[in-house]
Design a protein around this ligand. Structure first.
Ligand code: NAP
Length: 483
C-alpha cells in the first residue's frame, strides 16, 4: 500500500519536475526572464531529488538491510556535491565560467557512466535492449566525462596547446572501434551464455577504460576557438547519456532531464557552429586555431596609438557610436565603467548601441550577462544579424577587449583559419577605436588587419583603466550622466 502511494507521488512529482524544467528553459530564452528561469529549473531539480528518496518504499526485502547505509551515503553525497556547487558557483569569476560549465558537464557524464557501471557490474541490465541501452549510455557518459575534463584543462590553461600527431584520426578511429567491439562482445557473452575470453568484470573495466581514453584523444587535438562548440557537444552527449540511463532505471525525471539537456545542447551546438561558419564534423576533425600559421606579413598599414581621453572626447561629439565588447572587457571587469561612459555619451545626445557577437567572450551569452550585470538596458543591445548593416552608417565603432569577432580576415582572407566565420563589421564604421592592453592576439591566435586599417586607432591599456580616463575626459568637458 505504502509502495503504491509512494509510486503515485513519484509519478506526480516527476511530472511537476518535468513541467518546471521545461518552463524554466522557456524563461531562459530571454535575458529579461533568464534569472527566474534558472531558479524555476533549480526548483524542478530539487523536486526530482526529493522524489527519488521515495523509491526507498519500493525496495525489495533483500535490499532493505542496505537502506540506512545507502540513504546515508546519498545524503553525504548531496551535502558534499551541493555544498561544493554552491561555493564554487558563488565565487567563480565571469571569465572562469566556461571552465566551470565544462567541469559540471563532465560530472553529469560521469554520473551517467557511474549509473551504467552499477547496472553492468551488478548484472542488473538483463536482456538485449536494456544491456545495449546501458552500454550506449556508459559509452557516451564516459566520453563526456574525460572529454569535458580535457576541455576544462584547456580552458583553464592547464593544457596550453592542442596535442596533434600524424595519423591521429586513424588512432582515434581504432580506439572507438575497440570500444564498440568490447561492448558488442559483452552483449554477445550475456545473450549467448558463451564463456568469455576474459572475466566479464574485466571486460567492463576495459570498456570504460577505452571509452575514457577515446574522450581524451578526441578532445586533445581540438584547439583555439572551437572549445565552446566542443563543450556544447559534450553537453548534448551528457544529456543523452543521462536520458538513456533514466530509461534503464525507468526513472521518468532522469529521462526528461536528459532529453531536455540533450536537445538544448544539440541546438546550441548547431547554433554555435553556424556562428563560426563551421560544420560540427569540421570542428571535431580539423585542426583550427593554429597560432603559428599566420604572421602579419601580408597586412598593410601601421598601428596608430591614441590617448584614451582623446578617444573619449571624439565619441562625445559623434552622432552614433556602436560598442563591440569582447573577452577583454570581462577580464578587466570594465562593464560598470563602460555603462557609466555610455550614460555620459547619451546625456550628450550621442546614440549608443551595443553589438554582440554570438561567440564573443569565452561562453555563449557571456557579453549579454556582463552587460546585464552593469544594468545596461536590453533595448541598447543588438545581436550580430540585427546590427551589422548599421556600422557603415556609424561614426565610431568602439571595440573594447574584442579581437577575433571583428577580424576582417574572416570575411576577406581565404587562407585565414577563421575564414567564413561571421564577424561584426566594425571596420566599416567611419572611425574605429580598439581598446586592448598591447599586441596580444585573440583566442584564434591570429593577427587582426583591422588594427592596422587607416580608420582605426589603438587605445592601449586595461579596459577598465581606459574607460576611467575616457569618463574623466568627457566629464572634464562639463557634462554629467543623465541618471
Ligand atoms: P578575443 O579574440 O579572445 O580577444 C580578446 C582581446 O582582449 C585580446 O586580443 C586581448 O588583447 C584583449 N584583452 C585581454 N584582457 C584585456 C584587458 N584587461 N583589457 C583590455 N583588453 C584586454 O575575444 P573576442 O573578440 O571576444 O572573441 C572570442 C574568441 O573566443 C573567438 O575566437 C571565439 O570563437 C572564442 N571562444 C568563444 C567562446 C564563446 O562561447 N563565446 C568560448 C571559447 C572561445 P591584449 O592581450 O593585447 O590586451
Amino acid at each position: 500500500m505504502i509502495a503504491t502511494i509512494s509510486q503515485l507521488i513519484i509519478g506526480i512529482t516527476d511530472l511537476a519536475a518535468a513541467f518546471l524544467f521545461l518552463y524554466g528553459l522557456k524563461r531562459m530564452s530571454s535575458p529579461v526572464t533568464a534569472p527566474s528561469g534558472i531558479f524555476v529549473a533549480g526548483i524542478g531539480m530539487l523536486v526530482a531529488i526529493v522524489a527519488s528518496f521515495l523509491y526507498v518504499f519500493g525496495v525489495s526485502a533483500a535490499a532493505k538491510p542496505f537502506l540506512p547505509v545507502n540513504i546515508g551515503l546519498a545524503l553525504v553525497a548531496l551535502v558534499i556535491g551541493g555544498g561544493a556547487a554552491w561555493w564554487s558557483g558563488k565565487k567563480v569569476a565571469m571569465t572562469s565560467m566556461p571552465q566551470m560549465v565544462a567541469l559540471y558537464n563532465g560530472m553529469g557524464g560521469g554520473a551517467a557512466g557511474a549509473i551504467a557501471a552499477v547496472e553492468l557490474f551488478g548484472g542488473k541490465a538483463q536482456g538485449a535492449t536494456p544491456l545495449v541501452v546501458t552500454l550506449i549510455g556508459a559509452l557516451i557518459g564516459a566520453i563526456s566525462l574525460s572529454g569535458s575534463l580535457i576541455a576544462w584543462a584547456k580552458l583553464d590553461g592547464v593544457i596550453k596547446k592542442p596535442l596533434r600527431f600524424s595519423g591521429q584520426q586513424a588512432v582515434n578511429a581504432v580506439v572507438m572501434l575497440a570500444t564498440v567491439a568490447i561492448g558488442g562482445y559483452i552483449v554477445f557473452v550475456a545473450l549467448s551464455g558463451a564463456a568469455p575470453v576474459l572475466a566479464v568484470s574485466t571486460l567492463i573495466y576495459l570498456f570504460f577504460g577505452v571509452a575514457l581514453l577515446f574522450g581524451i584523444l578526441m578532445t586533445l587535438p581540438i584547439g583555439g576557438a572551437d572549445m565552446p562548440v566542443v563543450i556544447s557537444i559534450y553537453n548534448a552527449a551528457t544529456g543523452l547519456a543521462v536520458g538513456l540511463e533514466g530509461l534503464v532505471l525507468q526513472n521518468p525525471a532522469l529521462m526528461i532531464a536528459g532529453m531536455v539537456v540533450g536537445a538544448a545542447g544539440t541546438l546550441l551546438t548547431l547554433l554555435m557552429a553556424k556562428a563560426m561558419n563551421r560544420s560540427v564534423a569540421n570542428v571535431i576533425f580539423t585542426n583550427f586555431g593554429e597560432t603559428t600559421k599566420h604572421s602579419h606579413g601580408s597586412i598593410k598599414g601601421s598601428l596608430k596609438p591614441t590617448a584614451a581621453g582623446d578617444a573619449g572626447i571624439f565619441m562625445r561629439y559623434a552622432a552614433k557610436v556602436i560598442i563591440v565588447p569582447g573577452y577583454g572587457l570581462a577580464v578587466a571587469q570594465g562593464q560598470q565603467k563602460l555603462y557609466e561612459f555610455v550614460k555620459l555619451l547619451q546625456a550628450a545626445g550621442v546614440e549608443v548601441k551595443f553589438a554582440i557577437h554570438p561567440v564573443a567572450g569565452r561562453m555563449p551569452g557571456q557579453m549579454d550577462v556582463l552587460l546585464a550585470e552593469a544594468g545596461v538596458p536590453y533595448d541598447l543591445i543588438f545581436q550580430l544579424e540585427d546590427i551589422n548593416d548599421d556600422f557603415a552608417d556609424t561614426d565610431v565603432a568602439l571595440v573594447i577587449g574584442a579581437n577575433d569577432v571583428v577580424n576582417p580576415a574572416a570575411r576577406d582572407d581565404k587562407s585565414s583559419p577563421i575564414f567564413g566565420m561571421p564577424i561584426l563589421n566594425a571596420d566599416k564604421a567611419k572611425k574605429v577605436y580598439v581598446v586592448k592592453r598591447g599586441e596580444g592576439k585573440g583566442y584564434a591566435g591570429i593577427v587582426n588587419a583591422l588594427f592596422y586599417a587607416d580608420n582605426c586607432e589603438m587605445v592601449y591599456g586595461d579596459a577598465q583603466a581606459v574607460l576611467v580616463k575616457m569618463i574623466e575626459a568627457v566629464r572634464g568637458l562639463g557634462l554629467s550622466a543623465a541618471a
